[in-house]
Design a binder for this molecule. Sequence first.
Ligand code: GCO
Length: 255
Amino acid sequence: MQTIFNLSGKTALITGSTRGLGFAYAQGLAQAGANVILNGTRPEHMESALAQLQAQGIEAKGFLFSVADEEAIEAVFQQLDEQEIHVDIVINNAGIQFRKPMLELALSDWQRVLDVNLTSAFLVSRAAAKRMVARQRGGKIINIGSLTSEAARATVAPYTAAKGGIKLLTKSMAAEWAAFNIQTNGIGPGYILTDMNEALVENEAFNQWVCSSNPSSRWGKPEELVGTAIYLASSASDYVNGQMIYVDGGWLATL
Ligand code: GCO
């Protein structure tokens, strides 16, 4: 049992992993044996994330770059090539939220959310998959969706469009890369207690809506996403491809 979830000898790049769910995935994969590479854009967050891991005896690497910047991504992968570090697992987790009704939404804000939440997954996965294909050892790509990969809620249209795109991008990657023994799947977190959702937790009406709309009657915790990430990163999921797994307390199962 233990061995099929073991990630020893594997290297995982987790985008947007200095805080929140990304950090939880990185920590969880490291505990399952993987070497982890963190990504973020803020040096102070990177420093504290690396220090937290180090305190647990986990030596991670960290790279500061924007996941929407094609050249920066290429430069990081070239550095990894030079150090002979091969990325076996990618978690496309980086994401931002911007809440505004569409009638007031500027193109630049729409574009920014699409770039960081959707185009990033294409760019980072393309760089990683090229190398996985050349190396012929397969790989795992995990794209992070959302409940909004399936349904909308007012005020978050660009996020919803991006996360809906993530679901079908996941299937496209499965369609093109399964032949190279690369499995691409997605995780759709429900409403989880993270910094990104702080304003929603503090809004009493929203908090009540979250607690009454899902059969588990509560928000999720970041650590509750980790088992699914380990499963999709491990050989336990070698014949699972193009799927989204929603970790939402049962929200999408109910009306
Ligand atoms: C929102 C939230 C979303 C959700 C998540 C649920 O404004 O609706 O910020 O990010 O938490 O996508 O799956």
